[in-house]
Write a protein of this length. Structure first.
Lengths: 412, 617
């Protein structure tokens, strides 16, 4: 998550949700996100809410973190029940960070167990953790699988040493096939995360990274354009002219190459930055974000969403631990979306999916959206055949201009 | 050293022999207002504790820019050898745009203090005003100011001044407005050297208007110099050019606050209040007479102010249009030279085409509108007035490129100016190159001193209104100065260059240029726009054309990527707020066909480098 939290309304300390959150809750999937705010080193491009081991102590230290997270699981269960939400088993669980695997596998397992004990797991539930290729072993992966994890997403980022160096990634490229193999042995589905557009990365570098990643036959690939966030080391380096800046045309060319090579390897896109070997292997937790399902985010700075109510926790692990210690909600702020805003979000999020957006429903706000569709077809941004069937699905060109498409769909 | 006057001569009862009327001719920054401040102090009419820097520059904008836009007249007592005199100091505008007002101020005086910065020497506009003063037979007192500055070169510039006006360098006074050194000697010299005014006290009253200022509380305050006869409060007066009559509600002198008097007699300088609300009813240069006993002959030199430079003024926010209209109406009350009419631009919406005396007048007006009326304005590139004769002999006057007729033009005439440029002689080559490139014809060149020259050129006005002065300054490392005055017109081979975005003509960027320069304008503007207009979802060709012939072409490549790669850990709120911000930004765009053009692009494309620099100051 980004280091800056949004501005919102104050969040009540009991964490109770307004009645709006209950509407239709029974029909929505429920997921859990667990944020692990630790990294071995801070990468130059990263502005996520994460800390190195030496930065934190006391109740916020790595050793104590699992207990604190478990405390929030308990808080969440009470708040949801007290708000009158129906009991729902977890459809998806996702451990992200930071580097979740920097915590001992036992700690991750303990947090997962607490969640499963609280809510239960839906049949076929997806349980993912992100992992750094450096911070897993054959044993730790087996332990995670045994604890109930079904999927691991490795932060491979690139197969090119000089690119990894700019990103401050510590792993050696040769370790990736090894950890993929171990994960397979443990029975885990494997996703690889790649980053393109790093300063100094050539199109050939990127092709090499893609071909290398695909040669490991992952079930899933995420390819994200590097975003230079304010306040990061990389932003400062670019500002000082030490490394070249970001070029959108370069990003576009690399995205097109990614789509070409990944598709050729038999994976299909299901979201702007995500491809899966089969539709079943799409990351369901990720899809839940885009589809507006419910999830609770555990951990400092984590975001949650239940029925049009969004909230986010305090950012600093020390403040976060202190809140939970005192029995109060760790939320820093929240917003309750009105129906117009929910519709804006729906357009913004669903337009990114291969399943697309329901065109007839676009007239809900104003006529703008439906009228815009013809123009989008003419500009080659949406699939005409799908549009005639009532779905707005982006073309390759449209995916690269997804934000512009959404702006054109929204009322002025 | 002279003491302050113990008994000041009383207005309306002062023997003309005891009156001295003078003005100060100086360039911007040469310290005129500071010197005037010292005179106010030394003559005792402003106490030191009431003194604020540049007392007479009443508008904030005047004080900040260190220039005088409107003139003032102050009556000061001064005693020399036991006799009390009344000195009338007429503070003149210091800029070329206001030459006519300067000429009227000069006509109200018998003498002029020629004030020159001892570190910089005389500048072109000062020289022009000096010539004007000499043509009016004014007695000139040459003075070097800022002698306290370490960079002052009084010997060098004293010699230059002596050469110019004929005289001995030793006679050039040396003062410092800042420290007050030499100011008393100057006041003495004004009394000694300047002739007293001469007039017929028994003739019908004749007074010349040299300034006219609108005051919110009092209406128009008119500044006059009485030539013959006498004006009294409560009598009816007549403006000789318009024959309009008014009752004289109040008459008096400024010293420096308005002080009513029993009248104004021969040679006196003061103000009149008649209750009129518009300076157009009390025009600079006009002659005031007594209605009951009118003069038959008006004083010479009256002329209507003629706008030379035109620009479209548009509110950035279209809803501010009524505010702009009201603001212009109010400014007009105080500015007889300002003319305007409503105008519509496809690109910029509703606005006004406004006529100005020159570029400074334009800038000052624009700045006042923005500051005093809290408006954000776009001003289009300045234009001159062209006289276009069609093949059917019909003549039209074009002040806006979008009114330029298409085809069937028999002849186009453009206004010309005669320009004087002063600079150190090492820059002669650079100046000549600049003037030639601006279609100038050299009129002559003279040495003012060993190393300073005066170069005279006849140039099309259109060539100097945009960036000429700025380039002159940079090519002469800041030493060059310019003065110009209108000098008829000439037939020229002019064309209109249109700018098109994706085939749609954008009226705000059209320009009338000489045929030889059309290409350069087209390349400049298309290049500028390519940088200023953000990439769109489609390729945007930018073309410059004369009629249907394309003379320059650029293109803005289509944007290929406009998508946020991910939503961090479900932070949908952040993404939505970003989207809302982008959507808000879109509202500030002007649509040209399908092309979204940010307001900033219009401003930047129409802004000269020079005005950009000014904004930074």
């Amino acid at each position: 998550m980004p280091s800056a939290l949004p501005l919102g309304d104050p969040a009540p300390s009991d964490g109770l949700l307004p009645a709006q959150a209950l509407e239709g809750a029974g029909g929505r999937a429920f997921g859990l996100y667990v944020h692990i705010p630790f990294c071995a080193v801070r990468c130059g491009y990263c502005d996520f809410n994460t800390y190195t081991a030496t930065e934190l102590g006391g109740g916020a230290s790595q050793d104590a973190y699992a207990d604190t997270a478990v405390a929030e699981v308990g808080f969440a269960a009470r708040a949801l029940a007290d708000s009158g939400l129906p009991e729902r088993p977890l459809s998806t669980v996702f451990f992200g960070g930071g580097t979740p695997t920097l915590l001992p596998a036992e700690d991750l397992a303990r947090i997962l167990r607490a969640a499963v004990d609280t809510w239960g797991l839906a049949p076929g539930a997806e349980v993912t953790t992100e992992a750094n290729p450096d911070s897993v072993t054959r044993e730790s992966l087996q332990l995670l699988a045994d604890a109930g994890f079904t999927r691991v997403s490795f932060g491979m980022q690139s197969a090119v040493p000089h690119v990894l160096k700019v990103l401050d990634r510590t792993h050696t490229p040769s370790r990736v096939p090894l950890v993929v193999e171990w994960a397979r042995e443990a029975g885990l589905a494997v996703s690889l995360d790649l980053i393109y557009g790093t300063p100094g990365e050539s199109l050939e570098d990127w092709r090499h990274s893609l071909e290398t990643a695909l040669s490991y036959r992952p079930d899933h690939i995420s390819a994200y354009a590097l975003i230079v966030e304010e306040g990061t080391k990389l932003a400062a380096q670019i500002r000082r002219g030490e490394v070249p800046g970001i070029d959108d045309d370069d990003h576009a060319a690399k995205y097109e190459l990614a789509d070409e090579l990944i598709s050729a390897a038999g994976l299909g896109w299901y979201e702007v930055s995500n491809w899966a070997a089969t539709p079943e292997q799409a990351c369901r937790h990720n899809l839940a974000y885009w589809r507006g399902d419910d999830w609770w985010g555990i951990g400092p700075g984590a975001h949650s969403h239940v029925g049009g109510v969004r909230w986010w926790n305090v950012k600093h692990p020390v403040a976060y631990a202190a809140r939970l210690d005192s029995g109060a909600s760790p939320a820093a702020g929240r917003e309750t979306l009105d129906s117009e805003t929910r519709n804006i979000e729906r357009i913004m999020l669903e337009a990114r999916l291969v399943s697309g957006l329901d065109i007839p429903s676009l007239g809900g706000l104003e006529e703008t959206g439906r009228h815009a569709v013809a123009g989008l077809i003419a500009d080659g941004l949406v699939e005409p055949a799908q549009a005639f069937r009532g779905r707005l699905v982006l073309t390759l060109k449209g995916r690269l201009l997804a934000d512009a498409v959404v702006r054109r769909l929204l009322p002025d | 050293m002279s003491p302050m006057a113990r008994t000041a001569p009383v207005p309306a009862a002062t023997d003309p022999a005891l009156i001295r009327n003078f003005c100060i001719i100086a360039h911007i920054d040469h310290g005129k207002s500071t010197l005037a401040d010292r005179m106010l102090q030394f003559t005792g009419i402003v106490q030191s504790r009431d003194m604020k820097a540049q007392y007479l520059d009443r508008m904030d904008i005047e004080r900040e820019r260190g220039i005088t836009i409107k003139s003032q007249a102050v009556r000061m007592p001064w005693e020399l050898e036991g006799t009390s005199y009344a000195l009338n100091m007429i503070d003149t505008p210091g800029h070329v745009d206001f030459t006519y007002e300067v000429s009227r101020s000069l006509a109200a005086c018998e003498g002029a203090v020629l004030l020159v910065d001892a570190a910089q020497g005389i500048e072109a506009q000062t020289l022009a005003n000096l010539y004007l003063a000499m043509e009016n037979n004014l007695t000139i007192i040459p003075v070097l100011n800022k002698i306290d500055l370490p960079a002052a070169q009084p010997e060098k510039y004293a010699e230059e001044l002596a050469n110019l006006i004929g005289g001995d360098p030793e006679d050039v006074l040396r003062v410092s407005g800042k420290t007050g050194a030499g100011v008393e000697a100057l006041l003495d010299k004004i009394v000694r050297d300047l002739p007293a005014p001469v007039g017929d006290p028994d003739a019908p009253a004749r007074a010349m208007i040299f300034d006219s200022v609108y005051d919110t509380y009092r209406g128009v305050v008119t500044y006059v110099r009485v030539v013959d006869g006498m004006l009294h409060p409560r009598e009816r007066i007549q403006m000789m050019s318009t024959r309009a009559t008014h009752e004289l509600l109040e008459i008096g002198v400024s010293s420096p606050e308005p002080t009513p008097s029993k009248g104004l007699g021969v040679g006196e300088v003061g103000y009149l209040i008649t209750g009129v609300k518009d300076v157009r009813q009390s025009k600079v240069g006009d002659t005031v007479t007594n209605m009951a006993k009118p003069a038959t002959q008006s004083l010479a030199g009256y002329a209507d102010a003629k706008p030379m430079v035109f620009s479209g003024l548009y509110p950035l926010d279209g809803t501010d249009y009524p505010v702009l209209r009201d603001a212009l109406e109010k400014l007009m009350l105080n500015d007889a030279a300002l003319v305007y009419e409503p105008e519509t631009s496809a690109a910029l919406g509703f606005g006004f085409r406004v006529g100005f005396l020159g570029l400074l007048h334009l800038e000052i007006t624009r700045e006042r509108l923005e500051r005093e009326y809290n408006l954000d304005l776009i001003s289009t590139a300045p234009n001159v007035e062209y006289e276009v004769t069609l093949e059917d002999k019909k003549v039209i006057h074009v002040t806006n490129p979008s009114e330029y007729p298409t085809g069937k033009v028999a002849e186009v005439r453009e206004p010309m100016v005669s320009a004087t440029i002063l600079a150190p002689n090492e820059f002669v080559g650079a100046i000549m190159e600049l003037c030639q490139s601006r279609r100038g014809v050299m009129g002559g060149m003279d040495y003012l001193s060993e190393d300073r020259v005066e170069i005279r050129y006849r140039l099309p006005l259109a060539e100097i209104v945009f960036d000429f002065f700025d380039i002159l300054k940079s090519r002469t490392r800041g030493y060059g100065s310019l003065d110009w005055k209108a000098d008829g017109d000439q037939v020229a081979d002019l064309v209109k260059v249109d700018i098109m975005l994706q085939g749609e003509q954008v009226d705000a960027f059209s320009a009338i240029t000489h045929r030889d320069k059309a290409y350069a304008y087209g390349v400049m503007m298309t290049g500028k726009l390519r940088e200023l207009i953000p990439r769109q979802q489609f390729e945007v060709p930018i073309q410059a054309a004369i009629g249907s012939r394309i003379i320059a072409r650029e293109s803005i490549r289509a944007i290929r990527k406009d998508v946020l790669a991910k939503c961090y850990g479900g932070d949908i709120t952040r993404k939505r707020k970003l989207l809302e911000k982008q959507k808000e930004g879109k509202k500030r765009m002007k649509m040209v066909g399908r092309v979204e053009v940010p307001q900033e692009a219009f401003i930047a494309a129409l802004t000269t480098e020079e005005s950009k620099d000014k904004a930074k100051k």
